[in-house]
Design a protein around this ligand. Structure first.
Ligand code: MG
Length: 201
């Protein structure tokens, strides 16, 4: 299983990162060892600025290569909310040196995923998804606010990389990313329903 993550897919987040709106999707990969569904997570000792990034996540249903955007929806079989944990201090260092981001993005337990919800009737989760940090709303987004739709993203990525059943697509984070400390509680909701709660250790 591999995890494809999209960067800068919400204009307000691209702005807060001082990045331009991308003319085509930006993507990177996390390895299988990054995946976690544990709801108690330890802040890694190698970062002083672990950030949360709430994202809508889609699970791939079958082998996908050179998929057309018009066919892409059939390649998703479930969705959920996830966190693309990011060592922001390390990422800034790597960006400044124009080096790859893996050390900041691909570490163990950096891809949290809540329980999957089957995509019934291939209907996309189009309502708002939200992240609360210690009960305070910090992030909110929805598919219609994405620069590239989940179908456009799958079509684009599958031109370069073949996706297999159970691979995951993280579709990018809205504005409001920020740092975490031990004791913080992250709560993800979709359309007023709680999808996950994570305690940072
Ligand atoms: Mg992200």
């Amino acid at each position: 299983m591999k995890i494809i993550c999209i960067g800068r897919n919400f204009l307000d987040h691209a702005k807060e990162m001082n990045a331009e709106q991308p003319s085509e999707p930006v993507f990177f990969i996390k390895p299988e060892t990054a995946f976690t569904s544990q709801t108690e997570l330890k802040i890694p000792e190698f970062t002083n600025n672990l950030n949360y990034e709430l994202e809508l996540v889609f699970r791939i249903s079958k082998t996908a290569s050179n998929v057309l955007e018009s066919d892409a929806l059939a390649y998703f079989d479930a969705w959920t909310l996830g966190i693309d944990f990011t060592a922001r201090d390390i990422q800034e260092e790597l960006k400044a040196k124009r080096l790859p981001w893996e050390k900041a993005k691909a570490f163990d337990c950096s891809a949290f995923c809540a329980a999957f919800v089957n995509l019934s009737n291939q209907k996309l989760p189009e309502n708002r998804f939200n992240l609360h940090l210690n009960k305070q709303l910090v992030q909110s987004g929805c598919i219609s606010e994405m620069i590239f739709s989940p179908m456009q993203l799958l079509a684009y990525v599958s031109r370069f990389i073949t996706l297999h059943k159970d691979d995951l697509l993280y579709t990018g984070t809205p504005a409001g990313v920020g740092p975490l400390k031990s004791g913080d509680i992250l709560s993800g909701t979709y359309d007023f329903t709680q999808i996950f709660e994570i305690q940072m250790k």
